[in-house]
Write a protein that binds this ligand. Structure first.
Ligand code: CA
Length: 518
């Protein structure tokens, strides 16, 4: 195993020296891992208790240590709410988060570390305090209906929310009166959305996460898909490498249809959270289910859109934290981490997942302060005002950094495995049949590289690896976690390999170019 690893380093080194232009500046980090940051709860730089952009900048080394190649920031724009999903100005930074200059500084620091910024693009609705909406309402109050109100969906028949100050005007707002729905058919609105995208690309943004995509045209998947295509094309027009990921919190068939838009990714909600296959497999020690379900899912999305990348995750800012679903059991949390972080595509890590933070019930509880320290509260943000749960995790980042067995260090090692195996991002996944329900086994093939991923989710039993029966003859172990790679390789060669409980290994196939002997 040591020899394989050193060979890979040698080849990486030779590539850097021999290829023109590759020997300079920083390497591009390519793991596919995205780290989701709920901005107000992550890191506070000025002592007001609210997380901010400078705070994020101060934690980039921490984020890089997880192997993340991108960060998704929940909305950073001015907003009357603590979560900022009702935007008042798409071209500005909320004062509590900093300034546009702070954003530029963050983008520059991210670029230096090979980390891309993905912004939340919330265009299903604005804030009811957005000047566009206020001026439209003023017009209606004054009896003006000359078409300037087309940015929103007003009606004089009965509607969801009455326009204050008028007798008979109503507006649509699927998420409440404070979030009026934009009229996405209005050419001016579409032009404005393209301008917003271009503006932030000019400020160094490398991707967009699209909020509430199934609500663009509620109940009309074909129109939602067409609108996704419009946004994706607008983003790629400014930057062909711009990464676009959509929130479609819905069933598999609807998500599949929406992949026809050509969007890079749609979050894998069906596999997420308590009812999703990943958490269930981790909590029951049934890893094989993940290989079967996710291989089938990856095939389906690539059949619709060959460049599609799955976006698996355990939980996000709208969902209970996975800790609660996994019984606060560190081994099950480690099993879940292996199951989603080694999958093809772009796994999303919700901040705090990597240390095992808790949070459930009302939304504010799912967005509790990042626990930099359990002992020194001054290092952490203040919780959202309406939170009614305290953080149950006691060992923060500081304590876990010093503990080699911590969940944090487990995530870091998985991040390193991913750094060594960029083929995991876009490769084709095939499940390996096995009669061991605890063993998640699959191959990922990409550009002449063939990898095999083996994950034992059993808490107690070894998983026997029969290389020839599993179609893995000639494969060699490159990286292992919770297992000894040398011993695995010896076992693979002699036909008697065994993976300990809660462990994983990444193998490389004999046809892969890196293993060609000198
Ligand atoms: Ca602050």
């Amino acid at each position: 195993m040591a020899s394989h690893r050193s060979w890979r380093w040698l080849i990486l080194l030779l590539t850097a020296v021999l290829l023109p232009g590759c020997g300079v500046a920083q390497e591009k980090r390519e793991t596919g891992i995205v780290y989701e940051i709920f901005v107000g709860s992550f890191a506070d730089s000025d002592g007001d208790g609210v997380g901010d952009l400078k705070g994020i900048e101060s934690k980039l080394d921490y984020i890089a240590s997880l192997g993340a190649d991108s960060i998704w920031l929940t909305p950073i724009h001015p907003s009357p709410s603590y979560h900022h999903y009702d935007v008042m100005d798409y071209y500005a930074v909320a004062p509590e988060f900093g300034t546009l200059e702070d954003f530029d500084a963050l983008a520059a620091a991210c670029a230096e570390k090979g980390i891309g910024i993905i912004l939340d693009l919330v265009v299903n609705h604005t804030s009811s305090e957005h000047p566009w909406f206020l001026s439209a309402c003023d017009d209606l109050k004054a009896g003006r209906t000359d078409g300037l109100q087309d940015d929103f969906i007003f009606s004089q028949s009965s509607g969801q929310h009455p326009v204050p100050g008028t007798e008979d005007w109503y507006y649509e707002g699927a998420f409440g009166s404070h979030m009026p729905d934009l009229n996405l058919d209005c050419p001016g609105v579409r032009q404005e959305i393209a301008s917003i995208i271009a503006f932030w690309q000019d400020h160094g943004v490398k991707g967009f996460r699209l909020d509430a995509t199934t609500s663009y045209y509620t109940g009309n998947t074909a129109r939602n898909t067409a609108f996704l295509q419009f946004i994706t094309e607008s983003a790629k027009a400014g930057d062909p490498d711009c990464y676009v990921v959509g929130e479609a919190w819905t069933n598999e068939n609807t998500i599949l249809e929406m992949y026809q838009s050509g969007i890079d990714s749609l979050f894998n909600f069906p596999a997420s959270a308590a009812e999703g296959v990943i958490v269930k497999a981790a909590s029951k020690g049934k890893g094989a289910n993940v290989a079967d379900k996710l291989a089938a899912w990856n095939e389906k999305i690539k059949a619709v859109s060959p460049a599609a990348l799955d976006a698996p995750f355990l939980s996000n800012h709208d969902q209970a934290r996975s800790r609660g679903m996994l019984g606060s059991n560190p081994k099950q949390m480690k099993a879940a981490a292996m199951l989603y972080l080694l999958l093809p595509g772009r796994p999303f890590v919700y901040y705090g997942e990597e240390i095992g933070m808790s949070g459930s019930g009302r939304d504010e509880n799912k967005r509790l302060p990042m626990l930099w320290s359990g002992a020194d509260e001054t290092q952490n943000c203040l919780p959202p005002a309406e939170a009614d749960q305290a953080q149950r995790l006691t060992d923060g980042v500081d304590a876990q950094e010093g503990d080699p067995d911590s969940l944090l260090n487990w995530y870091r090692q998985l991040g390193r495995i991913r750094e060594m195996n960029p083929a995991l991002i876009g490769g084709r996944m095939r499940a390996i049949e096995t009669d061991n329900a605890a063993l998640c086994a699959y191959t990922v093939a990409s550009d002449g590289v063939s990898l095999a991923v083996l994950i034992n989710t059993s808490l107690k039993e070894n998983a026997e690896i029969d290389a020839s029966a599993m179609g893995l003859a000639g494969y060699a172990c490159l990286d292992a976690l919770g297992a000894d790679a040398e011993a695995l390789n010896a076992g693979l060669r002699s036909g008697g390999a065994s993976l300990p409980p809660i462990a994983c290994a990444v193998l490389q196939g004999p046809e892969s170019p890196i293993l060609i002997a000198p």
